[in-house]
Design a protein around this ligand. Sequence first.
Ligand code: MLC
Ligand code: AMP
Length: 497
Amino acid sequence: MSELLIIKRAMLHRNSIAFKNESSEQTYQHLLDRSEQLAVQLLENESDLNSATVAMLIPADSNFVCVQWAIWRAGGIMLPLCLSATQPEWEYALSDSNTSIVITTQELKHEISDLCNKLNVRLLIIETHHAKKEIVLPTIESSRPAMILYTSGTTNKPKGVLTTHANIEAQIESLIEAWKWKASDRIPLFLPLHHIHGIINVICCAMWSGALVEPFARFDIHAITNRVRQDAYTVFMAVPTIYVKLIQMLESTEKDLRDPIIAGFKNMRLMVSGSAALPATVHDTWFNLTGQKLLERYGMTEIGMALSNPYDGERRPGSVGKPLPGVNIRLKSDSGKFIEVENEPGEIQISGPGVFKEYWNRPQITSESFDEEIWFRTGDMAVIEEGYYRIMGRLSTDIIKSGGYKLSALEIESTLLQHPHISECAVVGIEDETWGEAVAVAVILREGTTLQLEEFREWCRARLSVYKIPKHLVTVAALPKNAMGKVVKKEVSSLFK
Ligand code: MLC
Ligand code: AMP
């Protein structure tokens, strides 16, 4: 049996602590043993899962890595589910991805078992004990598919982004080199584990390096800053909303409590921001508070991380720096020419070993997403200024970034149209100091009906994840449309000013 690179890397650190929380710690050897046992259980009597999709509903602790590695070692494709998603969202992900096994914990089992019955999907509980079997795990080539992550875009429903082991290895190696990950690193994990920021940038990079991860079930600001105060971490990775929340918290904390927390942040060797634009004001406020220059980088589910401010050298507020190792980039203007000079905007296109394989079961959309078959069209606009890339925005107004989550206005609209009082609606993202963008909706109501924001949000709770639920609502008699009858989103946004 020849193991995947990430497993071979873990074998170099067998006796180091991989995960630690208040009450327990697990070594790399434990993760290796546990993932082997779970791989055997996943396989039952097969010799290879042969790239079957295995969905995981697993909290953000060491079990997540045990299950991730188990799926990979058994030859499956991992699909991490959002823990806070609604039943319709899970049903869509399981059906669209042709999931054949769901793996979860005893505690979460009741949340998904009915759905598994309905879809005729095998359910495996990680606490179930099986007699120890001696099975030789299959050899997994790095060209095989490894992971599906659902991402929202300009299509109504989220698309599954399929990456291979080789893609993931390239994404990890690029960050290890650029950000100088070490075995002595210690990092808190509080980001959700159905997106690359938490999975690749935090967990996979830490596991590749032999570093230590301290997991939190959610972004618990008091528990995390308490550990920062104790100098628990060397590296910190978060989305801009988290830095805004930390600033608000520190500014409202008394000096004698605040100073030791600030010292903990100051002592870290690296603090990174990404997944959404970090306002220059937040960058500067964080520097003035803690003395830390945040390293801003740019990435995407389909490509991993692409651009980064330098580890050593100028970290420029409002910029995302230069291409990371192994990343090829070009800017294409509206008129279709490739931009060779500074200060001219164009769409970012990326190629390289970290770029995903395909959108799951969507060959047409996959081929339309690439120029000349290898250049992925990101839909983000950028410009080069004094050698550094600056992100200018997105080509589509139907994509919203809120709290670091990418949301599709079209997907939210199609759910809201199921509300009995709504006859038409238009969803937009409007500027928000904390969330970057906040979801807002303009609705036309059916005759004789009314809609209050709070009861409407309550109705949304059963259907949409919390971050997709509109924060602002306005009722209109007509939506602004162009001559073709298409809603003009820019004009909808101005209804909320
Ligand atoms: C939550 N709330 C929101 C909201 N999300 N309100 C407006 N907009 C949003 N987006 C509200 C809830 O309704 C709730 O209100 C209150 O805020 C607290 O909810 P919560 O879920 O407990 O919030 P919190 O834990 O503080 O979450 C904030 C967060 C989270 C920033 C920690 O959003 C998060 O983890 N974001 C990271 C997402 C991420 O990892 N993206 C990376 C994608 S990969 P009430 O009224 O009920 O109190 C990618 C590629 C790359 O982008 O480059 O990295
Ligand atoms: P996702 O599909 O969730 O991976 O989100 C990727 C998108 O997040 C990118 O296409 C960008 O629009 C946005 N993004 C990520 N990092 C940054 C950044 N540093 N600045 C601005 N936008 C960013």
